[in-house]
Design a protein around this ligand. Structure first.
Ligand code: GLA
Length: 379
């Protein structure tokens, strides 16, 4: 056989993707070591790749979305998430980059709540409040890879069991995070949990998106749409007051696309002052529990577009206001205020202390789910 025929045979053996003939069955999942922590713990990562140039790397530390490569309108691929090049940095400079956050993403006022008449006390790690699960939340735990699969959809499921009483929360909680990537350029993330005792929880992903990728412009010029007619105003410590306020006529009205930077410095609105910009829970329009559109982010320069659909009642919109230039992330780049957009779907902050907010309660025998769908395109 000629060299040419050999080559053709090899391509045929690889299937239609190698010939660029279509995209069926093209998504792959590969598992590989991802270095180790200072204490010697080995970290692994699974990379999901589809036939359109998207790849998502998920590491076992924190079930973290460590990188997300997406092509721009010219087909140039770049990582659109902030984070670090190695696992230990995620522990040394924790800022929840890409992490799976729990047991309770966002804040619980004064680190206290009561459930069925019993009081619980959590560590206060954010001024007077508890933030993102406490001192050693799910972002700092090692998750186990439960399953990995390739096919029309490539996916990985990671699991973590949180002991009864861990970080002050009741009940043994068994949690899974499943990331799946398909040929429709959709990354789907689903958290599930069961508990041995009544408890409260709020699991989400804390990716910091910068759709400019390697250009690393800040996100002030990104266009954001939030399908939310109301948001939950906060006090000076970012705890909801309980009010559900209409966004109409405020810097929080993203019902039509707005540049992030246009109103972010508008201190006439006390909420902008408290948040140092945007750091607020928006109430997603439509019925919680059903998957519905929550947000769109567009970068007019690269053309990248990300649409987020959620099942959760709320979504925290945060513009990296606490990034202060002392963190050096991937490619030794300093991260500063406004370098990224976080969109964290979940129940509302401090729900355990607000009986009229959608419940954060989970009972034994029930299965908690939180589904987040990210769809990517370029224009
Ligand atoms: C969330 C919070 C922010 C901040 C970040 C992590 O988005 O709402 O206030 O704590 O997490 O730095």
């Amino acid at each position: 056989m000629t060299k040419m025929t050999n080559c053709l045979m090899a391509l045929l053996a690889l299937g239609p993707m190698a010939l660029g003939m279509g995209s069926a069955q093209a998504a792959t999942a590969t598992r590989a070591p991802f270095g180790q922590l200072a204490d010697g713990t080995k970290v692994e990562a699974v990379t999901l790749t589809n036939g359109h140039g998207i790849s998502a790397r998920i590491m076992t530390l924190g079930a973290t979305l460590q990188s997300l490569v997406v092509p721009d309108k010219a087909g140039n691929k770049a990582d659109i998430t902030l984070g670090y090049d190695n696992a230990q940095d995620y522990l040394s400079h924790p800022d929840y980059f890409g992490a799976s956050v729990g047991r309770y993403a966002n804040r619980i006022a004064k680190g206290k709540f009561t459930l069925d008449g019993k009081s619980y006390t959590l560590a206060t790690n954010d001024g007077p409040n508890s933030l993102h699960g406490g001192l050693k939340g799910f972002d700092k735990r090692m998750w186990a890879i439960e399953s990995v699969s390739s096919g029309p959809e490539a996916s990985v499921t990671l699991a973590y069991t949180s002991a009864d009483g861990e970080e002050g929360f009741p009940g043994e909680l068994k949690v899974t995070a499943t990331y799946s990537l398909n040929e429709d350029n959709t990354l789907r993330l689903q958290y599930k949990a069961t508990t041995s005792k009544p408890t409260v929880l709020n699991l989400t992903n804390h990716s910091y998106f910068n759709l400019s990728g390697n250009d690393a412009r800040d996100v002030m010029g990104n266009m954001v749409t939030l399908h939310a007619a109301r948001f939950t105003p906060v006090d000076a410590t970012l705890i909801p007051t309980g009010e559900r306020r209409a966004v109409a006529g405020t810097p929080f009205d993203f019902r039509t696309p707005h540049r992030v930077g246009d109103r972010i410095r508008d201190g006439r609105d006390q909420q902008i002052r408290y948040g140092r910009g945007y750091d607020h829970n928006f109430i997603v329009d439509g019925a919680a529990g059903t998957l519905r559109p929550a947000a769109v982010v567009e970068d007019p320069v690269s053309g990248r577009v990300m649409q987020i659909s959620v099942t959760a009642p709320g979504i925290q919109f945060y513009t990296g206001n606490f990034l202060d230039g002392t963190f050096f992330g991937k490619n030794s780049r300093a991260y500063r205020q406004g370098d990224a957009i976080c969109l964290e779907p979940g129940v509302f902050p401090d729900s355990p202390n607000h009986p009229d907010f959608p419940t954060a309660r989970l009972n034994p025998g029930q299965t908690y789910t939180n589904t987040i769908v990210y769809k990517f395109s370029a224009k």
